[in-house]
Design a protein around this ligand. Structure first.
Ligand code: GLN
Length: 540
């Protein structure tokens, strides 16, 4: 079995330098050269997973097929690589400690004092090699969350140091991402923060092999030479990462800078083939040369935060390119919507997406917006909570059940059209207890969903506790809101749609998690197409 090689990506100077995008871009380039690459992320926080973190803390929570609630960078990995990630691709300090403490309780350490070194670092090292040991990958890229010098990152950096020593540097390299800031008063790019951050890494016994320098301006040859000399790397290993128009340009920019070449050389891997980036470039061409421009409203309660709906925004980019349309996503805070102002607030939109979410804040605004687009034949797409709100709106305004609600919002509602599944009723722990991960769904022949997916059975990812209450399904259906996707095991409704509307689809699952550059999600593609048709009709 060929041995996997390891690339670790650390960050210095500042957070938010884009380690996730650099890691994903490198993996993309290696994959385009025919290598099997995967990416994993190690997060130094103590939460067992980000599932319990609210979006203001950590952005979107990404869900994998195997039901792991993970960091949003895993979404980038899947979108860039078009391969699925799993629980093994995201590890937190909380999970490491949980596992070590469980082993200690089982007596597995045979009476030894359990310590950060070696017990925590050994656990980290085991997890770092877990995917590599499957034999499925040539290269495993590991992103270490946080910034070097942070107290909580130390065990990870120490684990990397030990692995490098055990495997040899040609099997295990470190890419360090830093910032080269521009000081306008001095009209100069400054290398000192990079030098200091490399020095901090060296204090932990790691000499970075490659430096990726985030910058707003081109790095001159002399700056590159200075960084190389003071930071102990070859000049060609100083890689400029200049601000890009779109994250999807980054693989091409990194290739131009030679990142993939220097990685292969440092890992002693052959560099005889040019990467095949033709499909990627074709996507970028369509993305950058749209034939039309549409405006889609995104209603949610975290819209002020870019990262909260990351996968939805990216899915729109993929679907926009597929349709050769620029999708302008207009964020609308659900708390700013009411029955009286929908016409004004939603003016000029060619479609509306009501986002996933938890809790009752802003739900009446979502319901008002759904009523408006339903009655005005504007394309509507509801995801998870968005689908649940569409059912409530229909029950209230078409079935005449004025107080219909979800028991999440009103436990005593006389018409619980959305309610808790029995197996959720006694759940007390919050972490990892929702209906999570991939579930099968059978589509009704002749439905809008069936026409879009072009298949009878699908599998999509879930993350919720509440469900459409089947005792209302008959009435909803008789009155025009049909369940056209059913979970074959549980009989739960996963998709609802309205025949008599140009495009009105609500899904209990999260299609956005599965959209990638090379395989845009069919529902997003169809929704964007419907919005585009609506926009064209308006113009005509
Ligand atoms: N709060 C709803 C539920 O738990 C919807 C969750 C979601 O939108 N992801 O069922």
């Amino acid at each position: 079995m060929p041995k996997a090689k390891y690339v670790f990506v650390t960050g210095g100077v500042s957070s938010s330098l884009g380690k996730g995008i650099i890691s994903a871009s490198l993996a993309n380039l290696l994959q385009a050269r025919g290598l099997k690459a995967t990416i994993q992320k190690f997060d130094p926080y103590i939460n067992v997973d980000p599932g319990t973190l609210n979006p203001y803390e950590h952005g979107e929570c990404f869900v994998t097929d195997d039901g792991a609630e993970t960091d949003l960078d895993l979404g980038h990995y899947e979108r860039f690589l078009n391969v699925r990630t799993s629980q093994a691709n995201n590890v937190t300090t909380g999970r490491i400690y949980q596992s070590v403490i469980q082993k200690e309780r089982r007596g597995e350490f045979l009476g030894k004092t359990v310590q950060v070194i070696p017990h925590i670092t050994n656990e980290i090292k085991d997890r770092m090699q877990q995917l590599g040991k499957t034999g499925d990958y040539d290269v495993v890229i590991t992103e270490i969350g946080g910034t070097v010098g942070d107290i909580e990152s130390l065990p990870y950096i120490e684990a990397v140091r030990q692995l490098r020593w055990e495997m040899g540097r040609e099997n295990c390299i470190v890419i360090h991402l830093t910032l080269v800031p521009y000081l306008s008063a001095a009209a100069e790019l400054k290398t000192k923060p990079t030098q200091h951050s490399v020095k901090t890494l060296m204090e932990s016994g790691i000499n970075a092999d490659i430096l990726v320098c985030r910058t707003e301006y081109e790095l001159s040859e002399s700056i590159r030479a200075k960084i190389a000399l003071f930071c102990n790397v070859k000049p060609e290993a100083v890689i400029q990462s200049i601000d890009a128009k779109t994250i999807y340009d980054v693989p091409l920019l990194m290739h131009k800078e030679g990142l993939d070449r220097v990685v292969l050389e440092t890992l002693a891997l052959p560099d005889n083939l040019e990467p095949d980036l033709s499909r990627w470039k074709a996507f970028l061409f369509r993305h950058k040369n749209p034939k039309n421009h549409i405006r889609v409203g995104l209603v949610g309660k975290y819209v002020e935060l870019q990262d909260s709906y990351k996968s939805i925004l990216e899915a729109f980019i993929h679907a926009g390119a597929a349709n050769e349309v620029k999708v302008e996503v207009v964020s609308i805070h659900s708390e700013q919507l009411s029955v009286d102002n929908c016409e004004v607030q939603l003016k000029g939109l060619h479609g509306l997406l009501v986002a996933p979410g938890f809790g009752s804040r802003g739900i009446e605004g979502k319901i008002s917006a759904i009523k408006y687009v339903r009655e005005n034949n504007i394309p509507f797409f509801g995801i998870c909570l968005g689908m649940q709100m569409a059912v409530i709106e229909y029950a209230r305004n078409v079935l005449g059940l004025a107080f219909a609600n979800s028991t999440e919002m009103d436990e005593d509602t006389p018409h619980p059209v959305i309610s808790l599944m029995d197996e959720q009723k006694n759940v007390e722990n919050k972490g990892g207890t929702m209906r999570l991960g991939a579930w099968d769904c059978s589509l009704t022949a002749g439905s809008c969903a069936h026409g879009i997916y072009k298949t009878d059975d699908i599998s999509e990812r879930h993350r919720h506790r509440y469900e459409l209450n089947n005792s209302y399904l008959g009435d909803l259906s008789k009155n025009g809101l049909k369940a056209t996707g059913i979970n074959p095991k549980t009989g739960l409704a996963e998709i609802v749609e309205i025949d008599a509307h140009p495009w009105f689809v609500g899904v209990q699952y999260h299609p956005e998690y599965k959209s990638t550059v090379l395989e845009p999600h069919p529902l997003f593609t169809a929704f964007v197409e419907a919005c585009n048709n609506y926009a064209n009709k308006k113009i005509n």
